[in-house]
Design a protein around this ligand. Structure first.
Ligand code: ADP
Length: 192
């Protein structure tokens, strides 16, 4: 089963994907993680995307589609969770083509529905928790970049709701419930 977790930054996609990896042996493909790795390795591409990511803007479709193509070709998984990808209609089309080429398909697209005001608190909380733990918070976990990330979500990513609804793949769950409740609704959705 291949699924997409959809939702604005801070909705909890990464957390829930982590549970699915642990409990179902699925494979999480997070373009955010891949790009942060590239950034940390200071590769040519990493250097090119660093400032864009820190500002909360979207990296070009070509770069992320390239990353996903490469990963999919080396992933032998019983199921993939796409987390943070696709983020644009172009990426969604590309994903459909890639999966078709591989003889695979997309099974479900599940949106974690959340309240925007609460998101800001979550992101600020995430940065504070990192600092308290002696870690460096993500460079884009600040109010200014977060506003840009949220805006990008509404401008570029939210049209995917209609796109996947039309394909009969879309459903949503309440992402404002507790972590365990979200986990339970997600499990139910995957098993139905
Ligand atoms: P968030 O917590 O905001 O959902 P991610 O960890 O998924 O963030 O991504 C962090 C940043 O990486 C994004 O703000 C963007 O700059 C870049 N990025 C990640 N995935 C994509 C994508 N599919 N297309 C374009 N840019 C992306």
């Amino acid at each position: 089963m291949n699924i997409i977790l959809l939702g604005p930054p801070g909705a909890g996609k990464g957390t829930q994907a982590g549970f699915l990896v642990e409990e179902r042996g699925m494979v999480q493909l997070s373009t955010g993680d891949m790009l942060r790795e590239a950034k940390a390795s200071r590769s040519e591409m990493g250097k090119r995307v660093a400032a864009i990511m820190d500002a909360g803007e979207l990296v070009t479709d070509e770069i992320v589609i390239g990353l996903i193509r490469e990963k999919l070709q080396t992933t032998k998984a019983s199921g993939v969770i796409f987390d943070g990808f696709p983020r644009t209609l172009k990426q969604a089309d590309a994903l459909g083509e890639l999966l078709t080429e591989m003889g695979q398909s997309l099974d479900k697209v599940i949106e974690l529905r959340v309240d925007d005001v609460a998101l800001v608190d979550r992101i600020v909380g995430r940065a504070e928790a990192a600092i308290a733990a002696g870690e460096k918070p993500r460079a884009d976990d600040n109010a200014e970049s977060f506003k840009t990330r949220l805006m990008e979500y509404y401008k570029q990513t939210s049209p995917l709701i209609g796109y996947y609804y039309a394909k009969g793949l879309y459903s949503r769950i309440d992402g404002m419930a507790s972590m365990d409740e979200v986990k339970a609704s997600l499990a139910e959705r995957l098993d139905s």
